[in-house]
Ligand binder design. Structure first.
Ligand SMILES: Cc1cc2nc3c(=O)[nH]c(=O)nc-3n(C[C@H](O)[C@H](O)[C@H](O)COP(=O)(O)OP(=O)(O)OC[C@H]3O[C@@H](n4cnc5c(N)ncnc54)[C@H](O)[C@@H]3O)c2cc1C
Ligand code: FES
Length: 444
């Protein structure tokens, strides 16, 4: 069932609205009747009609205010939510969305509010999930695909919001700046149309649990955490939430006021902002100086909690090891990285990370009519395809998004790290897999 606007406050407002409208209409009718039947009572008639018109205008104003309040997930204080919101079924494949609004959130993050071009309904998503976008970018041979977390939780879902950080070229390297993020910032505006695949991803929170949820992020890793925090506040106001976020300073700090406003309305939500390089004018806007690490987390919360991590690879690796050393069980730590994590010290989960594969294999790219010899130095099947001028779609290159999923017509693959994306039977994520049999035929 979907969220419904229906709490005690609303019932009062609704009754007042109907009573006012009834009174206004009755006064209007009786004012006109008196004027017609008894011309001498003109003064009373005028008073009656004016009062009625005032009542109608006042009722209209109340209605408009209520409509505005129901627009945003963050502002919506009036809603009562059914405990298990379920959505319309997701659409299949690509669907065109229009950028309805483009909003600057910080010096490097811009939000894009997307509405379906077909004006059809939107399916509900789970807090923490992402969308996959496809863009035709001048200079790129093929459409480019990337994934972005949903950064809001509107109830009911009237739009999808993505918040995207501009990726500069890494300092000291003479390479192109991030292709999609820069294109979105510079060339996609209100009215632009983007192809979008349905919400997806397993980095989600079960809002109905009672254990405290500790949402820890740095940089643009804040995006899924906002969605999780809003969902928890509205769907289960009894679940304690810690929103812990690290950023450089006030210039790079996106959504500060939104998060503070959410915490002000919801006593179950606690906030901690850490600035690594605060400016003098940031005084009073952050809680601690420095980076977020497990020591800081220990000072804030007890370990009987669920921990959700999203941020840069080094931040995630340090937090995961710190939480492990503190004694937090693995099944209470959930994480998602937007970049490839090369981990030395943390054991990968057991599911699906298989053996190293074999040293030599014949790979058939069936749709390209090519048969090539793969050796252990050729890397993943995605890297091997690219090295041979076959360019399958990809986004995360780390088994998270599912964009590179490809049908295997013959043979088997070995995963080099545990995939987190759901894999269809008979398919493989080629960004993290190598051949496991002497011949592998891919539908590429
Ligand atoms: C599940 C998921 C959710 C995500 N959610 C978000 C989100 O909410 N917000 C967000 O902003 N991002 C998010 N991302 C990241 C996003 O998908 C993109 O990876 C990001 O926007 C960068 O894409 P790009 O095309 O701009 O950069 P790319 O073109 O992919 O380049 C990435 C970086 O590599 C550098 N580079 C280019 N060539 C080289 C080279 N030869 N050697 C070394 N470096 C090079 C570029 O300069 C750039 O810094 C998410 C990722 C995943 C997997
Ligand atoms: S590119 Fe994301 S799972 Fe392979």
């Amino acid at each position: 069932m979907r969220a419904t606007a229906n709490n005690a406050n609303n019932i009062f407002l609704e009754s007042a609205k109907y009573a006012g409208a009834g009174f206004a209409i009755a006064t209007l009718v009786s004012g006109v009747m008196i004027g017609l039947l008894s011309p001498k009572e003109r003064a009373a008639n005028r008073w009656g009609v004016s009062a009625a018109l005032l009542g109608l205008v006042g009722g209209g104003a109340v209605g408009l205010i209520q409509k505005r309040q129901s627009q945003s997930g963050l502002d919506n204080e009036q809603i009562k939510i059914d405990p298990q919101p379920t959505g319309k079924e997701h659409w299949k494949g690509w669907r065109n969305f229009i950028v309805a609004h483009k909003v600057k959130e910080s010096e490097e993050i811009i939000s894009f509010y997307l509405e379906p071009q077909d004006r059809g309904e939107l399916s509900q998503f789970e807090p923490g999930q992402f969308l996959t976008l496809k863009l035709n970018i001048p200079g790129q041979e093929k459409p480019v695909i990337r994934t972005y977390s949903l950064s809001d939780y509107p109830i009911p879902v009237a739009y999808y919001r993505l918040s995207i950080k501009r990726e500069p070229a890494p300092s000291g390297l003479n390479v192109m700046a991030g292709i999609v993020s820069n294109y979105l910032h510079d060339h996609i505006g209100e009215g632009s149309v983007i192809a979008v695949r349905p919400p997806s991803g397993n980095f989600v929170i079960d809002v109905h649990k009672s254990l405290p949820a500790v949402l820890i992020s740095n940089g643009v890793g804040i995006t899924p955490m906002i969605s999780m925090a809003i969902a928890c506040c509205y769907l289960n106001p009894n679940r304690p939430i810690w929103f812990v976020h690290g950023t450089r300073n006030g210039l790079s700090h996106a959504f500060r006021d939104d998060i503070l406003a959410l915490a002000q309305k919801h006593p179950n939500m606690h906030v901690h902002f850490a600035y690594s390089r605060p400016r003098p004018e940031d005084n009073g806007f952050y809680h601690s100086e420095g980076y977020i690490d497990s020591q800081k987390i220990k000072q804030l919360v007890a370990k009987e909690a669920e921990f959700f991590l999203c941020g840069s690879p080094s931040f995630m690796e340090s937090l995961r090891s710190g939480l492990k050393m503190w004694g937090v069980p693995d099944n209470q730590v959930f994480y998602e990285s937007f970049e490839r994590v090369v981990s030395n010290s943390i054991e990968q989960p057991q599911i699906a990370a298989t053996d190293k594969g074999i040293a030599l294999s014949q790979i058939v790219f069936a749709e390209s009519s090519r048969e090539l010899t793969w050796t252990i130095d050729d890397g993943t099947l995605l890297e091997f395809a690219e090295a041979n001028n076959i360019y399958p779609p990809f986004s995360c290159r780390s088994g998270i998004c599912g964009t590179c999923m490809c049908k295997i017509l013959e043979g088997e693959v070995a995963y080099q790290q545990a995939p987190t994306a759901a894999i269809e039977p008979g398919s493989a994520l080629i960004c993290i897999s190598k051949p496991r049999t002497s011949k592998v035929i891919l539908a590429l």
